[in-house]
Design a protein around this ligand. Structure first.
Ligand SMILES: [Zn+2]
Length: 77
């Protein structure tokens, strides 16, 4: 039998328990970590400078990263 220190045993237990809780938490919240799922990706094209970019955090109005002008959803030419 392998003899280990009590403090080492406790630290190993805490470490593996924390890893287990972390993996369980990630598994239960896995849909929150999906940034680019198929229905949440929004392609934008700026009306002013015609720069195409992806902004998934905004749904109605998004600011262009190049010129800073605001673009409204659904205005397509
Ligand atoms: Zn622009």
């Amino acid at each position: 039998m392998i003899k280990i220190d009590f403090a080492l045993a406790v630290s190993l237990y805490v470490t593996f328990f924390s890893i287990g809780v972390l993996f369980l938490w990630v598994y239960l919240n896995r849909n929150k970590f999906k940034i680019y799922s198929s229905d949440e990706v929004y392609m934008w094209q700026c009306d002013v400078c015609t720069y195409a970019y992806v902004d998934s955090t905004h749904k109605e109005i998004s600011a262009c990263p190049v010129c800073g002008s605001y673009n409204k959803r659904g205005v397509k030419k």
